[in-house]
Design a binder for this molecule. Structure first.
Ligand code: 9MR
Ligand code: 9MR
Length: 612
């Protein structure tokens, strides 16, 4: 049932600036969305001619009349909106405008309701190609250990290498809780890879899902983005840059380490993360992967990566990181087999050693007791085991991986929304879409699970005003990434069935990301007239230092977060925003407006699916 609570709306004191009433220049700089009497939101990139076309108008009462006008103000189509009524997700009553039947290519179109007008948009074929290219180049920008070159990104975004030679030792001494760690008897050269987000941590868990997503996009359509835009690296070259880093995070053979083993005892009256430490034990850590390499302390903002002088440390290996390495290295082994056999063999050996190491040490969890970087802690790695076994089975066909896959409850359980701590769906996607020795009937059943999940996501769209395939009473940290991961599952269901309703669902998701939302903002920088400009990022931070560049085009904001409003900007909004409005385009809003590789990855996947 719909929740009709109406939450307070932000003040709307501004009007459209006069210059917006004249036709817009194509390359207008991004601006903040102005307020209007009757706010109309839509995908600010626009629509492909044959796709569903929807705008949302925030209004109650009787159905509103709408008009579609061209750049000169000529009315080309008109109709009545459909009132959805009060919408808990956005906190206001909304009406939907459907102008799907209008498909004449053009630019500078707007939707008009009364005296209000939407942002301008295009109707054009191949609309999502530049978005896909820009979403890919985000990963190049995030590279550590190599200069970001002006000939590739332009002088504005060029910078010297950050952490150019990163030879790190292991954390030793007391952590935040006073637990003593012994360190390890080696250093590792872990130069390279992608920075995670606005911070300079490099985390194997999050690197794993991000790289998986890029490689899965490649396997679905190997020809797409084989070349980047201009001299930029293509998809596989970019993916390999992260793969090489993940390989470097593997613990050398013959290493014995003392780490906490098992689940910590929950301490009465304390939050789970403050639970007492699991007991330490000595393990054979050969082949495991370190959880992360990161700054010993949080660095201040702004902080161009080349200026970071903090000590960089390796943090203890974990089962989850080890399985993320096994997953991506298994993908690598089959993808590079015909491209670079030596690299493929290195990957296969790393993947099999990692899987074996995780099997020996199935309960080594991140403790979240180190400052200076994110936790990415996950106390349930049964899904990671399934995912790794699935990738290794598809790559090798070996009976031991088949056995591990078939023994897992995830082979038959309903499929859910993927995310860095819940990855079983990704294993199922691989088993259901890649050639393997799995019996055909089994493959059909797995495909059915994916389609059933997609149908649930479509059903969720009926329950919210903006009709996105996402429904939750609270929006989590990185909700835009969560929505795009659902859109990926919808895209796969579309591939498997050919049913156009799944493309319509993907369009609903991308429309929301690109402006059809109650913040009237495209969450992707440089795509749409009113797009995100001030991410929580240590280099793209012009609000903190005017000499620094804004985000390059194709960078996705994490998006509304109504459940973990921990940064200073979010703290002020807390209790005053409906879930979809708990967002601000503010550099200090790390819980609302950070960018991250695991969010840009499904943006890339979806933009490629839509037609790269
Ligand atoms: O800048 C950090 C950001 O990248 C992380 O996502 C976030 C959560 O782990 O933490 C940010 O760092 C803040 C830290 O947690 C608390 N002190 C202020 C830091 C900078 O804003
Ligand atoms: O995406 C992560 C989110 O699911 C967590 O709730 C949040 C707090 O632990 O951390 C997010 O990840 C951040 C990571 O810890 C550090 N780099 C930036 C990531 C995105 O904000």
């Amino acid at each position: 049932m719909r929740d009709s609570r109406r939450l307070p709306l932000p003040e709307r004191e501004r009007r459209w600036p006069a210059f917006l009433l004249v036709p817009l220049l194509a390359a207008a700089p991004p601006q903040e969305a102005p307020a209007q009497d009757i706010p109309i939101s839509l995908n600010q990139l626009g629509f492909e001619p044959g796709d569903p076309k929807t705008a949302i108008v925030e209004a109650d009462g009787a159905p509103r009349d709408w008009q579609l006008i061209d750049a000169a103000g000529k009315v080309l189509a008109s109709g009545k909106a459909w009132p959805f009524g009060p919408d808990a997700a956005s906190g206001a009553p909304v009406q939907r405008i459907d102008f799907s039947r209008f498909g004449v290519p053009g630019r500078g179109y707007r939707i008009r309701v009364g005296t209000s007008e939407s942002a301008p948009f295009a109707i054009a074929p191949n609309l999502y190609r530049p978005l896909a290219r820009d979403a890919l180049i985000f990963f190049y920008h995030q590279r550590a250990g190599t200069p970001i070159e002006a000939r590739i990104v332009g002088a504005k975004w060029a910078r010297p290498a950050g952490h150019a030679r990163e030879v790190a030792k292991c954390f030793a001494g007391k952590d935040e809780r006073g637990t003593e760690w012994a360190g390890c008897p080696y250093t590792l050269d872990v130069t390279g890879g992608w920075y995670d987000a606005g911070d300079h941590g490099k985390y194997v868990v999050n690197g794993g899902i991000s790289l998986w997503t890029l490689l899965a996009a490649h396997e679905r359509n190997p020809g797409a983005l084989a070349q980047g835009s201009g001299p930029a690296p293509g998809l596989l070259a970019e993916a390999r840059y992260e793969m090489e880093f993940l390989l470097r995070m593997q613990v050398p053979d013959g290493t014995r380490l003392r780490v906490p083993v098992g689940k910590p005892e929950p301490a009465p009256g304390r939050a789970a993360r403050e639970a007492s430490q699991a007991p330490f034990a000595e393990i054979d850590a050969s082949g495991m992967a370190h959880q992360k390499v990161a700054d010993a302390r949080w660095t201040a903002l702004p902080m161009p990566p080349q200026d970071d002088t903090q000590e960089r440390l390796l943090y203890p290996p974990t089962t989850a990181a080890t399985l993320n390495l096994a997953v991506t290295a298994a993908q690598c082994a089959r993808i590079w087999k015909g491209i670079d056999a030596g690299f493929a063999a290195r990957c296969l050996s790393a993947a099999e050693r990692a899987f074996a190491a995780a099997g020996r040490n199935p309960e080594v969890y991140a403790t979240g007791s180190f400052t200076g970087s994110g936790g990415y802690g996950d106390m349930d790695v049964s899904d990671e085991f399934y995912w790794a076994a699935a990738e290794l089975f598809v790559t090798t066909g070996k009976p031991e991986y088949h056995q591990a896959v078939t023994a897992s409850p995830y082979l038959t359980a309903p499929v859910g929304e993927p995310g860095w701590p819940q990855v079983a769906t990704l294993g199922t996607i691989t088993l259901a879409t890649r050639p393997s020795a799995l019996p055909q009937a089994e493959v059909r059943r797995l495909r059915g699970l994916l389609v059933a999940a997609a149908d649930r996501f479509l059903a969720d769209a009926a329950g919210n005003g903006y009709r996105i395939p996402y429904l939750a009473t609270g929006y989590p940290w990185g909700s835009n990434g969560a929505l795009l991961n659902r859109a990926m599952v919808l895209g796969i269901a579309g591939d498997l069935t050919g049913n156009p309703k799944y493309r319509a669902g993907v369009i609903d998701a991308i429309d929301y990301i690109l402006g059809r939302n109650p913040n009237f903002t495209s969450y992707v920088s440089g795509h749409g007239l009113f797009s995100m400009r001030n991410p929580h990022h240590r280099f793209w931070a012009p609000a903190l230092d005017p000499a620094l560049p804004g985000p390059p085009p194709g960078t996705l904001s994490g998006g509304p977060n109504s459940t973990a409003m921990v940064d200073p900007v979010a703290a002020k909004l807390k209790g005053h925003c409906a879930p979809q409005r708990c967002w601000a385009d503010d550099v200090h809003a790390y819980a609302l407006n950070e960018v991250a590789i695991n969010w840009n990855a499904p943006l890339l996947w979806v933009a490629m699916w839509l037609g790269a």
